[in-house]
Design a protein around this ligand. Structure first.
Ligand code: NDP
Length: 246
């Protein structure tokens, strides 16, 4: 695939699911990938497998709730590889529950990771990309960033916010020649559902997603598509879902 080789790509939430699949695909296409997540031991395994396969990868334990962690992640990419071409703001969680269960700590956590984590990524990458006068920020929203489902109000709120933030960013970064992409996936089989604390809801959602959830590779191909376009082409948003998903 064109335009991917040698690009320096920072990925948050790279220890499983969509982030991991993207790291592996982009590295196999010659990108230098810099992986962040909290589970350092999982990142170590992914990095060593990528390197063993001939790729270039490094990882740093990162909690996207910490703006310093995210800055260190992006700064390390620049120190190690000279630049940051792509930031994939992917880390997220989806703890579904109706409002009357008052999962207030989960509301906080979801907002801190899904929204503030994305902002921390933008804050960390923007100065480098402005100086380079090139770069690409890709933010992960969801089909739930386009609709609101009962029992998913807080999660949907965060994913709508990601789309609003991304569109605002898109309009502002023209002077720096930067591209922005929102990727809004439908159901993909990952660890995302494992973190639903409400066991009755988890069971129901697992049953539904289990019927038609896509492989994370589907997402990785969307990222590769956006990155591989010629520099003058800004893929502003990709919305995709399993063919069987309503
Ligand atoms: P996973 O649970 O498999 O992956 C989530 C990733 O985010 C993990 O690598 C996890 O790593 C990381 N993460 C979570 N919290 C933090 C944190 N505080 N700091 C750093 N990293 C963190 O789920 P997915 O791959 O499915 O999710 C990736 C993104 O895709 C999310 O934003 C999700 O909302 C979105 N999405 C997923 C869909 C799906 O059907 N799977 C559909 C639509 C959107 P660690 O625990 O090691 O920190």
């Amino acid at each position: 695939m064109q335009n991917i080789k040698d690009k320096v790509v920072v990925i948050t939430g790279a220890s499983s699911g969509l982030g991991e699949a993207t790291a592996r695909l982009l590295a196999s296409e010659g990108a230098k990938v810099v992986l962040g997540a909290r589970r350092a031991e999982k990142l170590d395994v992914i990095v060593s497998e990528i390197v063993k396969a001939g790729g270039v990868a490094t990882s740093i334990k990162t909690d996207v709730k910490s703006r310093n962690d995210v800055k260190r992640l992006v700064d390390t990419a620049v120190e190690k590889y000279g630049r940051v071409d792509v930031l994939l703001n992917n880390a997220g969680l989806m703890p579904l529950a109706p409002f009357d269960r008052l999962q207030i700590d989960e509301w906080d956590e979801t907002i801190d990771i899904n929204i503030k984590g994305v902002l921390h990524g933008i804050a960390a990458a923007l100065p480098h990309m402005q100086a380079q006068k090139s770069g690409h920020i890709i933010n992960v929203s969801s089909v739930y960033g386009h609709i609101v489902a009962k029992g998913a109000g807080v999660y949907c709120g965060t994913k709508w916010a990601v789309r609003a933030i991304s569109e605002g960013l898109r309009q502002e970064v023209k002077p720096y020649n930067l591209r922005t992409t929102i990727i809004s996936p439908g159901a993909v089989n990952t660890e995302l559902l494992e973190h639903i604390s409400q066991k009755d809801i988890q069971e129901t959602v697992k049953k539904i997603v289990g019927e038609f959830g896509l492989s994370p590779d589907a997402f990785a191909r969307m990222v590769a598509f956006a990155i591989s376009q010629p520099e003058e082409v800004d893929v502003s948003e990709i919305l995709f879902r399993p063919t069987a998903q309503p």
